[in-house]
Design a protein around this ligand. Structure first.
Ligand code: MG
Length: 203
């Protein structure tokens, strides 16, 4: 099982990172050890001093496929959740400056906490889905999937040109504006259409 994360898929976030808009989807991977087992606490990693949250809509692949055409991509996922693409922003900046891969900043242990439940895509409008993140009770990120630069179908099609998608693979579809740091003691809550899906305390 693999976790595929899309970078810079919302124009307002690319802008806040002083990054150019991508011409094609940009993705990187996290290992399955990036998942946070249910009811485990999340511990602030010792190797960073600038841990950032990135709240993202997560797609669960439901069918094996490769070289999937965009027009058929909707048949390859049934459920949507929400997750946090934790990022060691200081390590990421150092990797970027050297042109190095950024796994140490993105793919570390428990860097991909996920909602316990996923909701069927048939129950929502996937092309107009509101999501948000609260930090200590205050909304810090709001997004809507209509603002994605690349749609879920385009992402599935693109990624599947390079690697087979397998049942259970997860795609983090990119974060909107408002990423920021967390501290020990902070509480993060993720919402899909106002429904609380994720509740995480930083220890
Ligand atoms: Mg991200």
């Amino acid at each position: 099982m693999k976790i595929i994360c899309i970078g810079r898929n919302y124009a307002d976030h690319a802008k806040e990172m002083n990054a150019k808009l991508p011409e094609k989807p940009m993705f990187f991977l996290k290992p399955d050890t990036a998942l946070l087992p249910k009811r485990n606490p999340f511990y602030y990693p010792s190797f960073t001093k600038d841990l950032h949250y990135e709240c993202e809509v997560v797609v669960k692949i439901s069918r094996l496929g490769k070289n999937i055409a965009t027009r058929y991509a909707q048949e390859y996922y049934e459920e949507i959740g929400i997750g946090i693409d934790f990022t060691a922003r200081d390590l990421q900046a150092a990797c970027k400056a050297k042109g190095h891969p950024w796994e140490i900043a993105k793919a570390f242990e428990h860097s991909a906490p996920l909602s316990e439940t996923f909701i069927p895509k048939s129950s929502i409008d996937i092309k107009n889905l509101n999501f948000s993140l609260k930090k200590n009770g205050t909304i810090v990120q709001t997004g809507n999937t209509k603002d994605m630069i690349f749609s879920i179908e385009e992402i599935i099609s693109y990624v599947s040109q390079f690697m087979t998608l397998k049942i259970g693979d997860l795609i983090f579809t990119g974060t909107p504006q408002g990423v920021g740091p967390v501290q020990i003691g902070d509480q993060l809550e993720g919402f899909l259409e106002g429904q609380k899906m994720l509740d995480l305390r930083i220890k």
